[in-house]
Design a binder for this molecule. Structure first.
Ligand code: 3PZ
Ligand code: ZN
Length: 338
């Protein structure tokens, strides 16, 4: 049975779907809403160092589920701006040090809320400040980006920088050509990419490198057949995808691998129905949310990437996701004029 077409297919909450093919939309929305109301629980404070990222993951999840107003816009906006520093960077929570990863989440949330004008009203020159913070993290000799002023570089930071700067309309603040050269130097003979020249190919790094090349308009540099073959070998018998050879399947790789395949127009090289079934089997039908694999404990990270994976696979009634930004496609189109 095809999951994406054919007569008589109902919506996502269609009770006629067999239990194992249903997406528990309302459960997932309440799970995400509950994350911010459990402040008396230890886990809430243990994850404080992830708060702004967690908010981005939750916000994107409810948008893709078709419930964009499930989180209170004004509170979200106040919280994001309370994480912003004078230098334009964002921390994970108020009082936490600024870092590239949180700054990217901050920009993605502001973009999703269509709040760049409010940013300017509340922080004079806010967009430029953020842009200059990100640009200050580029090494002009190598094209790479550090996560913070202390140094360590990572292709995830390079991708994050191009992601946020493109949404801000400020890509011209950095040396995109040098960044592209660095990505090329991370390419391997198997068609994939690693975190640094010579490092083993890994799906997470491949996603970061492809998405960065896409933003730079340089997907022409990719060996699509070779990379598509490597990526499609990530699908295991149970339908799930792993991050590299010999590793276990994990719902988040449904996103890193499938979005990479989508960017090179090879998503049809994996079995979408079997991947859909695997992702759905990772839901918690009672609490809501998705785990890394069936039976494990759910978290907001695997929840957004599970839902985003289903969206790429055109699961009925989900909002279409942009494989490069992991945001609703309608929003990135509005901002980037695609
Ligand atoms: C998870 N981070 O380093 S983390 C993350 N992982 O901040 C968030 N799949 O304790 C959550 N593994 C859960 N909520 C896990 C984000 C990691 C990825 C770990 C993971 C996911 C398997 C082991 C790195 C974007 C941003 C960050 C990452 C990847 C992509 C952890 C472990 C690590 C982290 C957080 C919690 C389970 C949630
Ligand atoms: Zn995972």
């Amino acid at each position: 049975m095809s999951l994406v077409s054919g007569p008589g297919r109902g919506g996502i909450t269609d009770a006629r779907l067999p239990q194992e093919l249903r997406l528990f939309v309302d459960k997932h929305v309440s799970y995400i809403q509950s994350l911010d109301t459990r402040k008396d629980e230890l886990e809430y404070w243990l994850t404080e160092h992830l708060r702004l990222n967690g908010l981005y993951w939750g916000l994107i999840a409810v948008h893709l589920l078709g419930h964009p107003d499930a989180l209170p816009r004004n509170e979200v906006l106040d919280f994001v701006l309370s994480c912003m520093h004078e230098n334009g960077g964002f921390g994970a929570a108020p009082g936490h040090d600024a870092h590239m990863l949180y700054t990217v989440s901050g920009v993605q949330i502001l973009a999703t809320l269509d709040a760049f004008d409010e940013l300017e009203e509340r922080v004079k020159g806010g967009r430029q400040k953020i842009g200059h913070y990100i640009a200050s993290l580029q090494n002009s000799a190598t094209g790479t980006f550090a996560g913070d002023e202390w140094g360590e570089t990572d292709t995830r930071f390079l991708y994050g920088a191009l992601n946020a700067l493109s949404l801000l309309g400020l890509l011209s603040l950095v040396d995109v050509d040098k960044a592209v050269e660095h990505i090329q130097s991370c390419g391997n003979f198997d068609g994939g990419y690693g975190n640094s020249p010579g490092a083993e190919s890994h799906s997470g790094q491949i996603f970061a490198c492809l998405a960065a090349l896409s933003i730079a308009g340089r997907l022409d540099l990719v060996d699509r057949d070779k990379l598509g073959a490597w990526l499609s070998e990530r699908q295991l018998k149970n339908g799930g995808l792993n991050g590299r050879p010999e590793k276990k399947e994990d719902v988040c790789y449904s996103w890193w691998v499938a979005s990479s395949l989508a960017m090179i127009e090879k998503l049809h090289w994996i079995d979408g129905d079997r991947l859909t079934s695997f992702i759905l089997s990772c839901q918690d039908p009672n609490l809501g949310g998705f785990a890394d694999r069936p039976g494990d404990i759910v978290d907001v990270f695997h929840t957004v990437f599970g839902i985003a994976g289903l969206s790429l696979l055109k699961y009925p009634a989900l909002v279409e996701v942009d494989p490069v930004y992991c945001m609703p496609l309608a929003i990135t189109k509005r901002i980037l004029g695609k």
